[in-house]
Write a protein that binds this ligand. Structure first.
Ligand code: ADP
Ligand code: MG
Length: 755
């Protein structure tokens, strides 16, 4: 007898089991059950050869009338052409470009069924490389015909030798030999939601009769997936609730109050509200675990800084973790600037409440680094800003109260936990993300955190206008650079973003510092940044089918183009990308900040957090190479001050899909709308940023971009949290506990822990 836990080697021969594991990640019978068909072939198409259309999926029962093999002109091997026909005299061509393995079987007179998609060759319809099964005798044929008359035929995605028919057989055998299908959802929940039994759901999905609705079965599988996921999140939440943090109560008249008094602007209502939530949570003895999301420029950093100051007021320290050196340095700079004399604590001229802000990155020189380490360990530094360097073992804090993680999805769980362990008790955690997170993702990936959203932009923020520029029209390109020149002439600055770095040699006269760049054309920072924010980083933003093969514009090639352009004569142009030395990067960013560079030609390193209010225009070169969210993120770099922002999406020979994407970005600045559009386009594994981690790290059945699935997740979440609330250890729910264990095991909790 098989169980759902049985390895597939119990069901099939070793080499087939190996193939299923390698190509589809299917290890157990349960995995096989979860491997749902891509579509179904309807039985109306069974023998009706005369009513076939191009593009249609068909299953035909037919007899081989003729079979001819011949050598091919341009390739080795033989090609096999078969004519099959039904009892009514209809005929259909069947073509195999490799006769091998088929020639011996498909001989005139044999009968069987053929499954495939109808194509055309000249005026004749044909099936190319269909799957088929031949009948040994009439009796078997009759039985098969009868079965197909009464059932929908599932079509699975196939690999190598294991075709859809074979998979169907395997699943059916498994369904017939597992005597009890696990039922992870408690009876009362199932009844309340009107869910079909899991055993029924599997039949509906894999072996639907003509009148069945496989979709009902799939909905059940989706619910199960969400339910198990949410149970895990609920348990995590429960566990976090039982941890004790040091309460950090507010101190009236302290550092925060002094900071507020010298803020040059008024906080928005949202900033104030969230600020109060954070103050309350910091004062509690339960560790805060909150996600703060808001559009680029919505003022998250100020909110986070105020929380850090509250933590310092209560005698603790705060750490700010940034994903890149550029960002860490910039945070350090802007926090120091915002604090003014409040950040000069203990130093001459500093305020009496003062604290100091330390920066810790991997590339600092030994002396600066030692100083920062000392300040963190002694408690001298109230705020320590840093990259991954902050996480290392030897970094110590006197009393770490609050960890702020900027763009957290780029940090894994080990990193977050490593930082948490630096507190005497678990510190409070605030995660900031500028990527709008659709509700489905918030409920799954970040499902064990509370969320706050900054919806309004601070006053004085200017609108961004976006246009698509067709680079195949020289006039348009010229006009683009003229616009850039005009902005510069008006005292503003510009970004020109390219999808790759390219060779330094592409530029005739490298800028100072640029010579430090390696000839390597990939940009670590950019590639690393890309997986969540959209796109896949440099060079292959969307696995795009169109425009491929064309050389992508590199930073250095663009630099020389711009230098040579008459409209930009005398304009100061700088270069920024992830392969530059950290000091060069930092100096370049500072120069751009200070207005000493007019036009910054960069890779996507500038995607996140870079904040220069005077920048008014961004040109994104080869924009079709970037994902929706990434484009949105990038353009958030302009329009941050009083100057209206302009974003020009330059594209050349973009395919239909890419063009549509660009139009979407140009049509709205609503980040949530774009995030959803993005979700609909990308594969789920990408959504969860887990693609690199291989098998099992993404949702299987749920489609996070779909509204229907959002409801399923919300229902499952409500149910799972109620179950865990009443029975945290799942003692009364062994099947659910088993499903949870299996899922955790399977994924090693990698992406769940991303929260
Ligand atoms: P985010 O981190 O969400 O991208 P920041 O906190 O960096 O946004 O804020 C962007 C810019 O807006 C900063 O220069 C900041 O000083 C400014 N800012 C923040 N809040 C306000 C506000 N309430 N009114 C005016 N300007 C603000
Ligand atoms: Mg910011």
């Amino acid at each position: 007898m098989l169980t759902e836990d049985s390895p597939l080697s119990k069901l099939v021969k070793k080499n087939e089991a190996e193939q299923l594991a390698r190509t589809k990640g299917l290890l157990s019978v349960a995995d096989l059950f979860e491997f749902v068909p891509r579509r179904y072939v309807r039985p109306g198409q069974l023998t009706d050869l005369s009513s076939l259309h191009v593009g249609e999926d068909v299953l035909v029962v037919a007899e081989v009338k003729k079979a001819t093999s011949r050598a091919m002109r341009n390739r080795r091997g033989k090609m096999l052409t078969v004519v099959i026909g039904d009892d009514l005299g209809n005929e259909l061509d069947v073509t195999f470009f490799s006769a091998y393995g088929h020639e011996g079987k498909l001989r005139p007179g044999v009968r069987g069924f053929f499954v495939g998609q109808i194509g055309a060759y000249g005026h004749r319809l044909q099936l190319t490389h269909p799957e088929y099964e031949l009948f040994d005798d009439d009796e078997q044929g009759e039985a098969a015909v009868e079965w197909y008359r009464t059932h929908r035929v599932p079509v699975y995605s196939t690999t190598g030798k294991i075709n859809s028919l074979r998979l169907r057989k395997l699943v059916h055998t498994a369904l017939d030999s597992v005597d009890r299908i696990r039922e992870p959802v408690p009876d009362d929940v199932r009844a309340a939601r009107g869910l079909v039994d899991r055993a029924v759901a599997l039949e509906l999905v894999h072996r639907p009769a003509v009148d069945d609705q496989p979709a009902r079965g799939l909905d059940r599988l989706k619910y199960d997936e969400a339910f198990v996921l949410q149970t895990i999140l609920a348990q995590r939440r429960k566990a976090a609730e039982s941890e004790l943090a040091t309460p950090r109560p507010p101190r009236p008249g302290g550092l925060l109050a002094a900071f507020d008094a010298r803020l040059p602007f008024e906080l928005t209502a949202g900033q104030r509200e969230i600020g109060e939530v954070l103050t309350t949570e910091l004062a509690s003895d339960r560790p805060m675990h909150r996600l703060l999301q808001g559009e680029v420029g919505s003022g998250k950093t100020v909110v986070a800084l105020r929380a850090m100051l509250a933590a310092i007021d209560a005698g603790g320290q705060a750490a700010l973790l940034a994903p890149t050196e550029v960002l860490a340095a910039q945070h350090h700079r802007s926090i120091t600037t915002m604090l003014g004399e409040l950040g000069q604590g203990g130093r001459l001229g500093g305020s009496e409440f003062g604290t100091t802000v330390a920066l810790l990155t991997g590339s600092q020189n030994a002396r600066t680094r030692r100083r920062s380490l000392l300040d963190a360990a002694s408690g001298e530094a109230g705020i320590v800003v840093g990259t991954h360097a902050l996480i290392q073992k030897h970094v110590q804090f006197a009393d770490l109260a609050l960890v702020v993680v900027d763009e957290q999805h780029r940090f894994g769980v080990e990193q977050r936990d490593a930082l948490r362990e630096k507190g005497i008790r678990p510190p409070h955690v605030l995660v900031m993300t500028a990527t709008p997170i659709p509700r489905t993702v918030a409920m799954t990936v970040f499902g064990d955190m509370e969320t706050s959203t900054l919806r309004e932009l601070p006053r004085g923020r200017s609108p961004i206008t976006t246009h698509v520029v067709d680079a195949d029209r020289p006039g348009w390109v010229d006009r683009t650079w003229q616009r850039v020149a005009e902005e510069v002439a008006n005292g503003h600055q510009a970004y020109v973003v390219c999808p790759r770095i390219g060779d330094v040699d592409d530029d005739a006269a490298p800028a100072g510092g640029a010579s430090a760049a390696s000839r390597d054309t990939s940009d670590e920072d950019a590639g690393w940044d890309a997986h969540w924010a959209g796109g896949d980083g440099e060079g292959d933003a969307e696995g795009e089918d169109d425009g491929a093969g064309r050389e992508l514009t590199g930073v250095y090639a663009m630099l020389s183009t711009l230098r040579a352009h008459p409209a930009l004569d005398g304009v100061r142009i700088g270069v920024l990308h992830g392969r530059l030395d950290p000091e060069v990067k930092d100096a370049t960013m500072r120069a751009f900040s200070d207005g000493e560079i007019d036009v910054l030609v960069a890779t996507t390193v500038i995607e996140v957090g870079v904040d220069v209010a005077n920048a008014s225009v961004m040109v994104i070169v080869d924009a079709d190479r970037f994902g929706i969210s990434q484009l949105h993120q990038l353009r958030g770099r302009v329009g941050r001050g009083a100057v209206p922002g302009l974003c020009l999406l330059m594209t050349q020979g973009a395919g239909e899909r890419a063009a549509q994407r660009l139009d979407q970005v140009a049509a709205t600045t609503d980040g949530f709308e774009l995030a959803r559009a993005d979700l609909l386009l990308r594969r789920e594994g990408d959504v969860l940023g887990a693609r690199q981690s291989g098998r099992g790290n993404s949702v299987r059945h749920l489609r996070l971009g779909r509204l229907e699935d959002e409801q399923i997740i919300a229902d499952a979440r409500e149910d799972a949290f109620a179950v865990v609330d009443a029975d945290p250890g799942l003692r009364d729910h062994p099947a659910l506990a088993a499903a949870v264990a299996m899922r955790l095991d399977e994924e090693q909790a990698v992406w769940l822990e991303r929260g």
